[in-house]
Design a protein around this ligand. Structure first.
Ligand code: ATP
Ligand code: MG
Length: 625
C-alpha cells in the first residue's frame, strides 16, 4: 500500500499517467487519444477522443456478472414502501424510460429538467437521459416556482419530468401545480411535461398537448432495448445548479468521461467500497451528493445503492440505523445537519441496532464541528470521516483516503487534499502560500481534475470570472472557503470567505466561534455572524438551538464557554436562543441573511430557504420587523 502523500504527489506531478491508469476502471467504447487537453486554460478536457456512456457503465456493463444482484433499493418512510431493482430490472426500466423519452422527441444534447422526489422513477429518468446523451438537470423538489423558472430559462429544456407530489414528515407537498406555475413564469418553457402520478390524491388537471401521463406512455411503449449513445468524453452529461447559499446558483456543467472515471476511482480510494457492497447515501437526488453517491459512483462500481425518501427521525431517530442493520449497509454518507438533528434525540438510538456491516460514515456539506464529530463517532463506535467538496467539484477535495492509507482521523478536520487536486492555501493579499496555522483562502491550482465542472452552462466567461479571478496575480480556482492547515498537515475549513469576521484586527472564521459555542453541553447547533461595531470593526453574534429546552441555559454561560475555548476575542456580543436556524433546503445555514438582518439590511434572495419561520425567530430576537 502506498502512502496517501505519495499518491497525491504522483497525481499532480505525473497527472496524465495517474489518470490514464484510473481511466481503466470504466468501459471505453473508443479509447481516448490524449489524457488531457489543457490548451485553453482554465478549461480542461479530459480523455480527449475517448467515447463512452455513463448509463452503460452504471447499468449494462454489470448485467453479465451481477444481473441478479440488487442495484437499487428504494425505501420510503413517507409512503411506507420499499422497492428493489436488480441490475437486470434496472436495465429494463431505464430502457423503457429511454424509449418513452425518444417517443417524446428527445435527442442527444437536449436538456431535461427532472423535478421529482427521491423515487425510483427519478433514477430511471436520470440514467435514461445519460443513455440517450440527453443532458439532465435535476432540480431539488423543494424549490419554489420562481427558482424553478429561473433554472428552466437557463437550461431551456425540451422536456420536464415531475411527479404529482412529494411527502415530508407525512405531509404531502404538491409538485405539479408548482411546475405549472414555473412554466407560466418561464420564457423558455418545455414542449412536454411527463408526470408520474404516485397516487398522492392530488387534484391534477393535465394540460392537453403538453402533459403526458408516465404510466400511460409506459404501457404503450415497447420493451425493446434502446442503444446507448456513445459520447465524446467532454460532451456535457448534466447541469446541476449549486445550492444557492450565497444567493446566486450557478449551472455547473459536468462532462461524461472525466465524471465516470472520477466516480469509479473515488469508490475504492475514498469510500473503501466496491462491487457487491451496499451504500446508503441519505441525500436528496437533487444535490451533487445525490448525483454522485446515490446514483453514478455506486452503480458504476457495481454496488447496491439505497435511495431513501424520508427524514432521519421518523418514525423515530433510529430509522437510519435500522436500515443499516436490515440491508447490511457497508458505507453510509450523510450531512452534519442531519447528525445535529439526531443529536437532539436520545443517543441510545445509535446503539439499538446491529451495525456490524458498517465500515464508515462519511459526512459533507457544512463544517462538522468537533463536538458533533465526537458525538457521532463515539455513539456509533465507527470511524466518521468528514470530507469537503462542492457541487462544482462533484467529488471530495479534502478527505481521508482510507483505501490508500489508514491515516488517523482528527475530529473537526476533513483531513488532506485528495489526489488530483493541487490544493493551496493562499493569502488574500498577494496569492502567496500561507504557512502552517495561518488562515487563508482554499484554492485549487488548475487544471481541475476529471469529474470537476467543465464550465458554467452556456457561459464560459462567467466560469472564468466567477472562479478564476479572485487573485489578480494568479489564475487559480477559488473555493470561496477559508481554511487552515495545522502542523500535522490536517486541514480545517473555517467558513466561507465572506463569513470571516474581523474583530479589532483579528480575523476569525464564523466556524471557529460556532465550534466554541457548541462546546456548551446543552447546545445542539448554532450560527454565528459578524455585525458591524463602531469600536471593534465587527463583533460576533450567536444564535443557538438548545438540546433540551427544559434545562436552563444562560447566554453568560455560553459566552464563558467561548472565552475558555477561544479567549475573549471570540466572545459573542450576545447569544440568542431560537428553536430553528434559517437554512437552505440542503441544510446549510444562511449566515449572510442573518448578518444582513442584524445590520438592518435586506436579507437578500431567500428562495432557497427551508423554513421562513426560522428567519422570523431571528427577527423577533433582534427586534426588527
Ligand atoms: P452557492 O455556491 O450557490 O452559494 P453552496 O456553496 O452552498 O451554494 P454547495 O456546492 O452545495 O453549494 O456547497 C459547497 C460548500 O459547502 C463548500 O464550498 C463549503 O462552504 C461547504 N462544505 C461542504 N463540505 C464541507 C465540509 N466537510 N466542511 C466544511 N464546509 C463544507
Ligand atoms: Mg458554493
Amino acid at each position: 500500500m502506498s502512502s496517501y502523500k505519495e499518491t497525491h504527489k504522483r497525481s499532480i506531478l505525473e497527472r496524465e499517467g495517474f489518470w490514464a491508469a484510473e481511466a481503466k476502471r470504466i468501459h471505453w467504447h473508443k479509447p481516448f487519444t490524449r489524457v488531457l487537453d489543457y490548451s485553453r486554460p482554465p478549461f480542461a478536457k479530459w480523455f480527449v477522443g475517448g467515447e463512452t456512456n455513463l448509463c452503460h457503465n452504471a447499468v449494462d456493463r454489470h448485467l453479465k456478472e451481477r444481473g441478479d444482484q440488487k442495484a437499487l433499493v428504494w425505501i420510503s418512510t413517507e409512503v411506507e414502501k420499499t422497492e428493489t431493482y436488480t441490475y437486470k430490472q434496472l436495465h429494463a426500466e431505464v430502457n423503457r424510460v429511454a424509449a418513452m423519452m425518444q417517443s417524446l422527441g428527445l435527442e442527444r444534447g437536449d436538456r431535461v429538467i427532472i423535478y421529482m422526489p427521491n423515487m425510483p422513477e427519478a433514477v430511471f429518468a436520470i440514467l435514461a437521459c445519460a443513455r440517450l446523451g440527453a443532458i439532465h438537470s435535476v432540480v431539488f423538489g423543494g424549490f419554489a416556482a420562481a427558482s424553478l423558472a429561473a433554472r428552466i430559462d437557463d437550461a431551456k429544456p425540451k422536456l420536464m419530468i415531475t411527479a404529482d407530489g412529494g411527502s415530508r414528515m407525512g405531509k404531502v407537498i404538491p409538485y405539479k401545480p408548482l411546475v405549472d406555475e414555473s412554466i407560466r413564469l418561464a420564457e423558455h418553457p418545455p414542449a412536454k411535461v411527463l408526470i408520474f402520478n404516485r397516487g398522492l390524491d392530488l387534484n391534477m388537471p393535465l394540460v392537453s398537448g403538453r402533459d403526458v401521463d408516465w404510466k400511460d406512455l409506459y404501457s404503450k411503449t415497447a420493451k425493446e432495448p434502446v442503444s446507448c449513445v456513445w459520447l465524446e468524453s467532454s460532451e456535457p452529461s448534466y447541469i446541476l445548479y449549486t445550492s444557492g447559499t450565497t444567493g446566486k446558483p450557478k449551472g455547473v456543467q459536468r462532462d461524461v468521461g472525466g465524471h465516470a472515471v472520477a466516480m469509479a476511482a473515488s469508490m475504492p480510494h475514498i469510500y473503501c467500497a466496491g462491487a457487491g457492497e451496499t451504500i446508503f447515501t441519505t441525500s436528496d437526488i437533487g444535490w451533487a451528493v445525490g448525483h454522485s453517491y446515490i446514483i453514478y459512483a455506486p452503480l458504476i462500481a457495481g454496488m447496491t445503492t439505497i435511495l431513501y425518501e424520508g427524514v432521519p427521525m421518523r418514525p423515530d431517530a433510529g430509522v437510519w440505523w435500522k436500515i443499516v442493520q436490515d440491508h447490511k449497509v457497508n458505507v453510509m454518507f450523510s450531512a452534519p445537519t442531519a447528525i445535529r438533528v439526531l443529536k437532539k434525540f436520545d443517543p441510545a438510538f445509535l446503539k439499538q441496532y446491529d451495525l456490524a456491516s458498517l465500515k464508515h460514515l462519511f459526512l459533507a456539506g457544512e463544517p462538522l464541528d468537533e463536538p458533533t464529530h465526537a458525538w457521532i463517532a463515539e455513539g456509533l463506535g465507527k470511524p466518521v470521516i468528514d470530507h469537503y467538496w462542492q457541487t462544482e467539484t462533484g467529488w471530495p477535495v479534502l478527505s481521508a483516503m482510507h483505501g490508500i492509507e489508514k491515516t488517523a482521523i482528527k475530529y473537526g478536520s476533513p483531513s488532506f487534499p485528495v489526489y488530483g487536486y493541487d490544493l493551496k492555501l493562499l493569502r488574500e493579499s498577494d496569492a502567496s502560500e500561507a504557512g502552517a496555522d495561518e488562515k487563508a483562502v482554499v484554492a485549487i491550482e488548475p487544471p481541475l481534475p476529471p469529474g470537476s465542472m467543465s464550465t458554467i452552462w452556456g457561459d464560459d466567461e462567467r466560469f472564468v470570472k466567477t472562479y478564476f479571478s479572485t487573485f489578480s496575480k494568479k489564475m487559480v480556482y477559488s473555493t470561496f472557503d477559508w481554511g487552515i492547515r495545522d502542523k500535522d498537515g490536517y486541514y480545517f475549513i473555517l467558513g466561507r470567505t465572506d463569513d470571516v469576521i474581523n474583530v479589532a484586527g483579528h480575523r476569525l472564521g464564523t466556524r471557529e466561534i460556532e465550534e466554541a459555542v457548541n462546546m456548551h453541553p446543552n447546545i445542539a447547533e448554532c450560527a454565528v455572524v459578524g455585525v458591524a461595531d463602531q469600536l471593534k470593526g465587527q463583533l460576533p453574534l450567536a444564535f443557538a438551538v438548545l438540546k433540551d429546552v427544559a434545562k436552563k441555559t444562560t447566554s453568560q454561560e455560553v459566552m464563558d464557554t467561548v472565552d475558555k475555548q477561544l479567549g475573549a476575542i471570540g466572545r459573542p456580543k450576545a447569544v440568542h436562543f431560537v428553536t430553528l436556524l434559517p437554512k437552505t433546503r440542503s441544510g446549510k445555514t444562511l449566515r449572510r441573511s442573518i448578518a444582513a438582518l442584524a445590520e438592518g439590511r435586506d436579507p437578500g434572495d431567500l428562495t432557497t430557504i427551508e423554513d421562513p419561520g426560522a428567519l422570523q425567530q431571528i427577527k423577533d430576537c433582534l427586534g426588527v420587523k
